[in-house]
Design a protein around this ligand. Sequence first.
Ligand code: FMN
Length: 384
Amino acid sequence: MNLKDCHNVEDFRKLAKKKLPSPIFHYIDGGSDDEVTLKRNTESFNQCDLIPNVLTDVSKIDLSTKILGQKIDFPLFLSPTSMNRLYHHHGEKGTAKAAKKMGTIFGTSTMATTSIEEIGKVTTGPKLFQLYIHKDKGLTDNLIERCKLAGFNSMCLTVDTVVAGNRERDHRTGFSTPPKLTLESLLSFALHPYWTFNHFLGEKFQLSNIIHMTEKGSSIEKSVMDYINEQFDPAMNWKDAEYCVKKWGGPFALKGIMSVEDAKKAIDIGCTAIMISNHGGRQLDGSRSPFDQLSEIVDAVGDKIEVILDGGVRRGTHVLKALAIGAKACSFGKGYLFALGAAGQKGVEAILEKMKAEIKRDMILMGCKSVKDLNRTKIKFRKS
Ligand SMILES: Cc1cc2nc3c(=O)[nH]c(=O)nc-3n(C[C@H](O)[C@H](O)[C@H](O)COP(=O)(O)O)c2cc1C
């Protein structure tokens, strides 16, 4: 199996499984506890069906939308994810270039392995920086200032990760950051010489955005989970979020909003957008899926704030269903990380091309000329 055999996210997942040492693959693929939420995030899209209209002249289709101040070519963008260099030696640079080529937003994490400044140099495309609030408050100001200088267009604050989720697959596989050659992992690394060679002989693994601020940024003792539990600030509250919104002064999203109450508070503190998200099922297992929660939030705040659906998206029809309920755009994480692990920058370009083509074909089949034509008349939930 190789790149040309990959037609959808699941194919890329299979190829990534083949190409990556097992601790790395399972770090991307896994969720927390029993992975109930991880599974539900995608399953929830199947509780409803699309209702097409015909004979609507769909010879010209406009997939573009505007989100977080940026016009993007199609309504799906790259959620911020940590440590891209771990999944492929092209790392965030490859992911950022692929997003620019495909005309969508590249999201990068505080926990990236490529610095804000390097990303600024690599791409002139739309860039979203994802902020984590550390106990050391100086770090927040430092990251925000650097993003302004590097030409980032928007920012999000992740609010669902005050402690690390319980990712049991990582305990079983012995996942560590940076990856270590232990007796347990030796076989897995030996079986994946391409990844192993490029990882250990390429650029040094480091958390490039924070390495200068905390010694832990270059070498995390056991795992990224220890870093989260030691460095992130569990006292984070709405005042801190408001501080970040004001300090940034541009398009700003809260990522990890799941309740109507919190969506309303996001409006009160001046956010541009909310990302309805449970961190891809990697944090609170048993929490509701973003799609299940979407209509309630859209009904309450959809005309006052941009609503982004983040989590479980694997197909073009998932994006159409979210937009029909009232989301302005969707974002995805694992979908492009599998592609990165499978084939680097080319893989990310390929999955974005395929998702864009799916969205376009599905819009044509739905009789919709523009994303604005997607509304609640186009969708029906099955009776349970
Ligand atoms: C390997 C991996 C690393 C991630 N790292 C971060 C991160 O550093 N910051 C963050 O806010 N979200 C992170 N996420 C969550 C994504 O931004 C996104 O919310 C999630 O992947 C969406 O669900 P999906 O994977 O089903 O598309 C990560 C997700 C994965 C799979």
